[in-house]
Design a protein around this ligand. Structure first.
Ligand code: IPE
Ligand code: MG
Length: 225
């Protein structure tokens, strides 16, 4: 979800106003996903690199995460959405951690859509964290190094149990991954749009899905007749 700050600047507003508008787009995207039978949606909300922003913006984002989580939890639970935080929660202030734990607990039985929120997320850190876990288990003799496989690595990531994404959407014109789900996106279709995240409507989402429907996924094989 990129382009909140630029959207705000284009409208003569503070960056923070862009983040507030971005929450509206999050709500729309989740609604569209549940209505159209999407089973898994992952939103990249805050990267490990985002701590490097000015303190005022980081603080405002933390407040916004708490507020949004509190406001949205009842509706998400009612809609059958299971929220799962991916990333390193330990670095968040206690209050934020508390609210993140609460939304996970209160939506734990949701079966309709799994919503993964990437918060303090970095794909490289995720992979390192997974490797450390596997190495520890190997060192403890729980399994042999030969048992490290694509499957056991996948299961050691924050996204364990979640299928690899079919479609990646990045808004606001940048065409890069920025440390997002690098292992999981091996065969994902990429869709880049210049539309900034606050302007990413259901129609824009449908355009992305439409583009996806015209992709020819061969997974390195040949086209099927
Ligand atoms: C995305 O919008 C939201 C977060 C990273 C929290 P940006 O804040 O990156 O907006 P731009 O890229 O500065 O326009
Ligand atoms: Mg950005």
């Amino acid at each position: 979800m990129d382009g909140n700050g630029r959207w705000a600047a284009q409208h003569g507003l503070e960056r923070f106003e862009g983040h507030i508008r971005g929450v509206e787009s999050v709500r729309r995207a989740i609604q569209a996903a549940t209505r159209h039978g999407v089973r898994y949606l992952t939103l990249y909300a805050f990267s490990t690199e985002n701590w490097g922003r000015p303190a005022a913006e980081v603080d405002a984002l933390m407040e916004l995460f708490c507020k949004s989580v509190i406001n949205e939890t009842p509706e998400l639970a009612a809609q059958g959405v299971r929220v799962r935080i991916i990333g390193d929660k330990s670095r968040f202030p206690e209050k934020v951690k508390h609210h993140l734990d609460q939304i996970e607990n209160r939506t734990a039985t949701g079966k309709r859509l799994t919503l993964q929120l990437a918060l303090n997320y970095s794909s490289r850190s995720e992979i390192v964290h997974a490797m450390q876990g596997l190495a520890r288990r190997a060192a403890a003799g729980i399994f042999s190094p030969e048992e490290i496989s694509e499957q056991t690595v996948s299961e050691a990531l924050y996204t364990a149990g979640c299928p690899d994404p079919d479609l990646l959407i990045r808004t606001s014109g940048e065409q890069r991954l920025s440390n997002f789900l690098m292992w999981q996106l091996a065969y994902t279709e990429f869709y880049f749009t210049p539309v900034p995240w606050p302007d990413f409507t259901k129609e824009e989402l449908m355009k992305a899905v439409e583009a996806y429907n015209h992709r020819d996924r061969r997974y390195g094989g040949l086209k099927e007749e």
